[in-house]
Design a protein around this ligand. Structure first.
Ligand code: AQP
Length: 337
């Protein structure tokens, strides 16, 4: 007889199919998603509507949606236990996002740092979608009344906005519909930085492929990227406090720690006094060993697009069933006939 796991809430999370999935996505998101399936009812979405807030080539986007699904599954997300689907298949995301466009205030969106980073200097040319991205993210989460969202540090501000929208909707309509969703920030991998610049996060859209380790990099490529990663001339300190003011060194130690489920302090204690040339060799071995099974499984799955499409269709059907009563309740509450 099997016992059902203890369910302590509902989690929702997603990643944009906007480029190569990388080590930051794995450590900051996918690895944790796989763990959370044990204790939460989980929805993991490929947020293809968010992806088109910046231009995506349609054919490449299709391949990237399947690649994202393969990355989730290869990282341990089990489609039999979690709902895995792509956002554009569940129309409720767009419907609720419109209602939230009418709840969120311009002043709130003006404070979002991700828009400022992504729009850059030329914000007049940024899409309106990029600007209202946080409202769609709030809709993604609240369409399922998710109680918890596992997010990297970088997404904390958007989750705060989700809570503000939930609160304002509840208060504007004198209704108790939406929960105040809690963040789940997890472990040492919460923020993986670029290998070329320790002040920037590792990102799909960084034009330099050397800045990130892609989940589909082979062993030679990732070894070369780690060898060329920026560091400083100091050896490893005895504990993590000695990494302060050394962002690149801290990043490499953090990656090692996150992959090995160790603390930065214990990694420093193990390698104290060694130079980064030595440490990088150890790091390469760890990254290669941890990523090889994921890379292989992703490659295998990507050769079976029909299988992936079937999983996404099935997930979307399950997501629609969960979304329907929430959307109906919201529509009634705002006064739609
Ligand atoms: N560098 C990172 N460190 C830790 N976690 C990260 N995440 C992304 N980058 C890092 C987490 O991965 C999940 C999915 O993110 P996303 O793909 O939806 O969007 P993003 O945060 O905008 O990722 P990128 O790589 O920077 O994409 P682009 O370049 O397309 O904007 C999230 O939980 C995120 O926190």
């Amino acid at each position: 007889m099997t016992t059902s796991p203890k369910i302590s809430g509902r989690v929702f999370s997603g990643a944009q199919p906007s480029g190569n999935m990388h080590l930051g996505n794995y450590l900051g998101a996918f690895k944790n998603w796989a763990r959370l399936q044990d204790s939460y009812e989980a929805l993991y979405c490929i947020v293809d509507m968010h992806a088109i807030t910046v231009w995506q080539d349609p054919l490449i986007l299709q391949a990237q949606i399947r690649e994202a699904a393969a990355a989730y599954i290869a990282s341990g997300v089990d489609p039999a236990r979690s709902i895995l689907y792509n956002q554009s298949k569940v129309a409720g995301h767009a419907e609720l996002a419109w209602i939230f466009n009418c709840v969120a205030r311009l002043g709130w969106l003006n404070r979002m740092t991700q828009f400022k980073d992504k729009a850059g200097k030329n914000k007049e040319k940024a899409s309106v979608g990029l600007y209202v991205y946080p409202n769609l993210m709030a809709a993604d989460i609240l369409l399922y009344k998710a109680t918890h969202v596992p997010v990297g540090e970088d997404q904390k501000q958007h989750l705060e906005l989700t809570r503000d929208i939930a609160q304002k909707f509840n208060s504007d309509y004198n209704a108790d519909i939406f929960p105040l969703t809690e963040p789940v920030i997890m472990g040492e991998g919460a923020r993986v930085m670029s290998l070329r610049d320790g002040s920037k996060k590792m990102s799909k859209s960084d034009p330099s492929d050397m800045s990130r380790i892609n989940l589909n990099d082979n062993a030679d490529t990732l070894a070369a990227k780690i060898r060329k990663a920026r560091t400083d001339a100091e050896p490893l300190p005895s504990d993590a406090s000695g990494l302060q003011g050394r962002p690149e060194a801290a990043n490499l130690v953090g990656i090692y720690a996150a992959l090995m489920d160790q603390s930065r302090d214990s990694v420093c204690a193990e390698y104290e006094g060694q130079g980064f040339a030595e440490f990088k060799k150890a790091l390469t071995d760890v990254v290669a060993a941890k990523l090889a099974p994921i890379t292989e499984e992703m490659a295998r799955l990507q050769k079976e697009p029909d299988y992936i499409d079937g999983i996404l269709l099935d997930g979307a059907e399950k997501a629609r069933v969960l979304a329907a009563p929430v959307l109906a309740e919201v529509k009634r509450t705002v006064g739609y006939l």
